[in-house]
Write a protein that binds this ligand. Structure first.
Ligand SMILES: Cc1ncc(COP(=O)(O)O)c(C=O)c1O
Length: 454
């Protein structure tokens, strides 16, 4: 195996950013692409390999966001590429809604095996996360005969209209699109509110599960109208918020008491991202329906709803799609699972612990860092202003993201003021350290300049 030196792991910048080629593409993009896309900095990718990407001007970056937690096995893993090529030579599409094919059956068998829950399960394949959420909304209503749904503030479940109704992370996602689905209510999530006494998140005294029982069920509607509670085991887009373990256990107990389905949205947290195959495993809680997408096939567009078999009471024709479970995506998914089980989950747990420790060290040196939290390679770092009493600092977050890009490290934000670290699961400690050094240096520069109200 070729030895990769430290300098080959580091970013390599040949031009100012964006370079001339990137500028030309961005000018073209502006005239034809929807302005609704959010681009925090002007990266125009040419190709990727493992944890690195190269832009169209030949600049090399360390990718700490994996295409929003998607390219689990790294960019263009050779085994995944080979599987897709071989399948493409056989057939590219046949529609799993109408016909049978082996890669789809095999991937469903793997998901049924891997998704937590010692009971028979069945799978519905989709093309994306939001479609998996839609499938779960429909199945939950169909199979329980109840209409109401509960989700959490800060949660993100997708942008199609049903899923968007569950999403309550940023008002801009919803503004102007109403009316949304009727019968959806939200509750506070885990420790999502800062304790007013000591300003820390981890000792928040708001009882989030109690809110459902004491406020929603007592004042708005009875529990027997509720079909399902949708929950992210770790909130993703909402700010990489890890709830205390008792939150998930109490939710399960609440659902059991009232015959409500617990639906785990593992679209971002699943498939090895947290150092376990599914994040719910950290809490020892089993959901009735699990939603998967993002990292499932290393970048090929596929999602799935995996439900207790006894819930799948809907008849042929009740739900379907044209492209869901496309064979190219299924073989990529099968290869991804092999790689995850063959060592990448272990790597995620190890490098994740290292990164979390290092980020906590960095936190001790930097007054603009609030909370640092995460599991595996799903880590959030909050940026705050200290001069006005620890308020969330959005401007600093945006500035750090941009300047890290200018130094060759690709990061993304989550929530209002959190930076998320979610590299491909193939990342090694040395490469992670280079990225963290650049992050710390950049943050230090911003603090010294004090431009962002640190
Ligand atoms: C937890 C969660 N659910 C659902 C979605 C929606 O997935 P998609 O963008 O594939 O529709 C996302 C996307 O970020 C997500 O993080």
């Amino acid at each position: 195996m070729a030895v990769v030196t430290i300098s080959e792991k580091a970013p390599l910048l040949l031009t100012n950013l964006p370079g001339p080629q990137a500028q030309a593409y961005i000018a073209r993009d502006r005239s034809v692409m929807s302005p609704s896309y959010t681009r925090p900095y002007p990266l125009v990718i040419d190709h990727g390999q493992g944890v690195h990407v190269w832009d169209v001007d030949g600049n090399r970056f360390i990718d700490m966001n994996a295409g929003i937690a998607v390219t689990a096995t790294g960019h263009s893993h050779p085994a995944v590429v080979r599987a897709i090529q071989q399948q493409a030579e056989k057939f590219i599409h046949m529609s799993g809604t109408d016909f049978y094919y082996e890669p789809q059956i095999s991937l469903a068998e793997q998901l049924v095996r891997l998704v937590p829950g010692d009971f028979p399960k069945q799978v519905f394949f989709t093309n994306s996360g939001t479609e998996a959420t839609e499938a779960a909304i429909k199945l939950a209503r169909y199979t329980t005969g109840r209409q109401r749904l509960i989700a959490f503030y800060g949660g993100f479940h997708g942008r199609s209209l049903g899923a968007l109704t569950l999403t309550a992370s940023k008002a801009v996602h919803r503004a102007g699109f109403g009316p949304l689905l009727p019968g959806v209510s939200h509750a506070p999530y885990g420790y999502c509110y800062r304790c007013p006494v000591n300003l820390r998140y981890d000792s928040c005294n708001i009882d989030c599960v109690g809110f459902i029982e004491k406020t929603l069920f007592a004042r708005e509607f009875p529990p027997d109208e509720v079909a399902a509670i949708f929950v992210e085991p770790i909130q993703g887009e909402g700010g990489y918020v890890v709830p205390p373990p008792e939150f998930m256990r109490r939710l399960r107990e609440l659902c059991d008491r009232h015959g409500i389905l617990l639906i785990a949205d593992e679209i971002q947290s699943g498939m090895g991202r947290t150092g376990r195959m599914f994040a719910m495993e950290h809490f020892g809680v089993v959901a009735d329906i699990t939603l998967v997408a993002k990292g499932m096939a290393s970048g090929m567009p596929i999602g799935a709803m995996v439900a207790r078999k006894e819930l799948m009471t809907w008849p042929p024709g009740a739900h379907g799609n044209t492209f869901g479970g496309n064979p190219l995506c299924c073989v990529a998914g099968l290869e991804t699972i092999k790689l995850l089980e063959g060592g990448l989950i272990q790597n995620t747990a190890q490098v994740g612990v290292h990164m979390l420790e290092r980020l906590k060290e960095i936190q001790r040196r930097h007054r603009s860092i609030g909370d640092v939290r995460g599991l595996g390679l799903m880590i959030g770092v909050e940026l705050i202003s200290t001069w006005d009493g620890y308020s969330p600092n959005h401007k600093l977050r945006e500035e750090v993201l941009y300047r890290c890009f200018e130094k060759g490290v690709l990061l993304l934000g989550a929530g209002y003021n959190t930076i998320r670290f979610m590299p491909p699961l193939v990342i090694d400690q040395a490469t992670a350290d280079i990225a963290l050094d650049i992050f710390e240096q950049t943050l230090g520069d911003c603090e010294t300049e004090g431009e962002s109200g640190v």
